[in-house]
Design a protein around this ligand. Structure first.
Ligand SMILES: Cc1ncc(COP(=O)(O)O)c(C=O)c1O
Length: 485
């Protein structure tokens, strides 16, 4: 068993040589710190540089990441984060900026934000934009607050409902409820899509908006989208586009052209910036002219002399939604990604993402149940129902996949598919990697039939076995021993 860093500690062992601080200076510094914050004993591990490096390298190896293995987590677009993004974002003149610097010193940073904004407007088909929100869910909150303010402005107080399809991500109804709307669920039809007739039955003058993801979370493109957006607008409502699945349609279709009024784009999915434990996100919000006045302040403007400036003078704005100007480092990475791929490349990304998903779907559909057997977009949803014959649940199946060195797909979502296994390979994987995943999926299906006990007890090879996932997230204990609680 590997020793923890505290257990390796030996008094006096050090891994850095720092210059001595003069006694006087030392006193001066400590006098600035309130006494209650000072400790006599720090109880830090004392180790050599090599021991420290081994400790962190080992911790890094224990963590699964896109750089270490296949990560087909449906709806999350765990695509490769190109290293050039990191190199550019670490350029000193970029990463040493401070948001309080005077505007004439940060024109380059503003140009980065402005240029990125222009590309994202073009890709999504909208006129207005804010880069501020820090995540997709935060973008949803921003967009729905704008919709709310719009109805307040036009004096329409009746519109208290938001319609959400039953395939939607949980953040959609949660956000609508947080904004004070009543959430009404729309049942999808046998094709896994929003049904125009069901929509009509639910549309009246109390509906503020319909929130949709397209392609939806089953990986299916909503073929009636123009009819749907026409119906919502005709009844006086607005349409929110959840852009989590934009990776399937870049350069092929645009939410603005589908009739949506406002959308969020997840830079940490579609535009290759890190997410999860990998860094902060960015849930950029784009909108049409009708909703533009309600965008958060400040809005970035390009003046006639070519300089950039912030516009705070916007009386209908919902206000600020994020400290400073958002997660700037993510804007640098996303712009690098767009420029490195170019117009054709961005288009090809989506085509390849769709091709990879359809390849996996076709190869796996004879081994697993496929509830919606139609061409998919960038992801598709299988059901692990048939595994249950031998008592193996989808959760057991997913845990066994970990033993083969791949991350499990998203499971039990979307809720409309029992024992859902949602697979999104992304465009960055090779055919060899996809074939390896297919054979792992088939192998675990076979094990589930012939040796269910072993699958039920999986994982067997991972650094940590099964954890109580809810407790692990809510009461995470990062202490090395209970004595430091
Ligand atoms: C369809 C969909 N909508 C919204 C979100 C929320 O995005 P974020 O995790 O950036 O808040 C997700 C996240 O997985 C998603 O898949």
């Amino acid at each position: 068993m590997t020793k923890l860093i505290f257990e390796k500690s030996k008094k006096g062992r050090i891994c850095a040589n720092l210059p001595e601080i003069e006694a006087e200076e030392n006193k001066e510094i400590s006098s600035l710190i309130p006494k209650s914050f000072l400790r006599e004993e720090l109880n830090l591990p004392e180790v050599s540089e090599l021991e420290l490096i081994r400790h962190f390298t080992e911790l890094g190896r224990k963590n699964f990441s896109i750089d270490s293995g296949f990560y087909p987590l449906g709806s999350c677009t765990m695509k490769y984060n190109p290293k050039i993004n990191e190199q550019i974002s670490r350029i000193e003149k970029i990463n040493n900026l401070h948001p309080y610097q005077p505007i004439d010193q940060v024109q380059g940073a503003l140009e980065i934000m402005y240029t990125l904004s222009e590309y994202l407007k073009e890709i999504s088909g909208f006129k207005g934009i804010t880069l501020q929100p820090a995540a997709g869910a935060h973008g949803e909150l921003t967009g729905l607050l704008m919709i709310k303010k719009y109805f307040e402005k036009i004096g329409d107080k009746k519109r208290i409902k938001v319609l959400v399809p039953d395939t939607a991500h949980g953040t959609n109804p949660a956000t609508a409820a947080m904004c004070g709307f009543t959430v009404v669920e729309l049942k999808s039809n046998s094709k896994g899509q929003v049904d125009a007739e069901t929509l009509k039955e639910n549309l009246d003058d109390t509906v503020a908006a319909l929130m949709m993801t397209n392609p939806n979370t089953l990986g299916i493109f909503e073929e009636d989208i123009l009819t749907i957006s026409g119906l919502v607008h005709k009844s006086g409502g607005l349409l929110y586009y959840d852009g989590a699945n934009l990776n399937a349609i870049m350069g092929l279709a645009r939410p603005g052209d589908m009739g949506f009024d406002v959308c969020h784009l997840n830079l940490h999915k579609t535009f290759s910036t890190p997410h999860g434990g990998g860094g902060p996100g960015a849930g950029v919000v784009c909108c049409n002219e009708r909703l533009e006045p309600f965008l958060p302040v400040p809005i970035l403007k390009k003046e006639s002399d070519g300089t950039y400036n912030w516009d705070y003078d916007r009386k209908d704005s919902i206000g600020k939604v994020k400290a400073y100007y958002g997660n700037f480092g993510m804007y640098v990475r996303a712009l690098t990604y767009i420029l490195a791929n170019g117009k054709e490349g961005i288009n090809q990304i989506s085509k390849d993402a769709v091709l990879n998903a359809n390849y996996l779907k076709e190869k796996l559909k004879d081994t697993f149940d496929l509830p919606y057997d139609i061409p998919c977009m960038h992801e598709f949803v299988l059901s692990g129902k048939s595994l249950k014959k031998t008592g193996v649940s989808t959760l057991n199946f997913a845990k066994r996949l970990l033993d083969y060195g791949v991350h499990a797909p998203t499971i039990y979502f979307p809720l409309v598919v029992p024992e859902a296994i949602m697979i999104e390979p992304t465009e960055t994987e090779t055919k060899e990697q996809l074939d390896e995943f297919i054979s792992i999926m088939k192998k675990v299906a076979e094990e589930s039939a012939t040796n269910p006990e072993m699958v039920i007890k999986a994982p067997h090879n991972t650094p940590v076995g099964r954890v109580d996932e809810a407790q692990a997230a809510r009461s995470l204990n990062l202490c090395w021993s209970t004595s430091c609680n």
